[in-house]
Ligand binder design. Structure first.
Ligand code: ZN
Length: 200
């Protein structure tokens, strides 16, 4: 039996990815082709996608540190077109909306950096435990880091797609990548993932 993968797509939303987004991550717009290729590969091969998405309220504590972004109900909060599939299932930040059957794409809303702040994520990973998680998106030094750390803590091996991530600062990204490596994360390119040449 082939190994079960879960694609973990972090915060690929208009405000973070696009050049005119409210908190555009440097270099993120250049990831769009890779993000689209990963999504298409998942759809074509029946690989489930767990997509985290900020869904902020105007007075969220995070806005003390960062400019306002991804406000619930705004265009900026929407996922970019290439990381959206036909019928995504949304689980609210309160953890409401996770079905019994694993959706092809689950959009897991959140109001802090970590997708593990959503109370449904633990149930999701217990119910639909993958052999490995393939993580990509933004930002390497914030939300991607928290996702990788949380997956590793739960004993799920992680592949980070090195050319499908971008960070807020070069320094922060570098130290995140060092931490990933130290915690046993393996790295792959988008090309390796979409051609099925996964690292050992
Ligand atoms: Zn945020």
């Amino acid at each position: 039996m082939s190994e079960s993968l879960l694609f973990v797509d972090i915060d690929t939303q208009h405000d973070f990815i696009d050049a005119d987004g409210r908190l555009s991550v440097p270099g993120a717009v250049e990831l769009v082709d890779a993000l689209g290729a990963l999504t298409a590969h998942a759809v074509a091969n029946g690989i489930p996608i767990l997509s985290s998405a900020d869904a902020h309220l105007p007075d969220d504590p995070e806005f003390a540190q960062f400019p306002s972004h991804c406000l619930a109900g705004t265009a900026g909060q929407c996922k970019i077109a290439v990381t959206l599939t036909e019928a995504p299932v949304v689980v609210t930040a309160a953890g409401v909306g996770l079905p019994q059957e694993q959706p092809a794409q689950t959009i897991l809303e959140k109001v802090t950096f970590s997708m593990f702040s959503n109370p449904a994520v633990g149930h999701y990973l217990e119910r639909f435990t993958p052999d490995r998680a393939v993580v990509y998106g933004v930002a390497t030094d914030y939300c991607v880091s928290r996702a990788v750390e949380g997956l590793i803590e739960r004993g799920i091996p992680v592949i980070v797609v090195a050319d499908a991530i971008a960070g807020v600062t070069a320094e922060g990204s570098r130290s995140a990548l060092e931490r990933f490596e130290a915690s046993g994360v393996t790295f792959a390119t988008t090309e390796q993932i979409v051609t099925g040449h996964l690292p050992a």
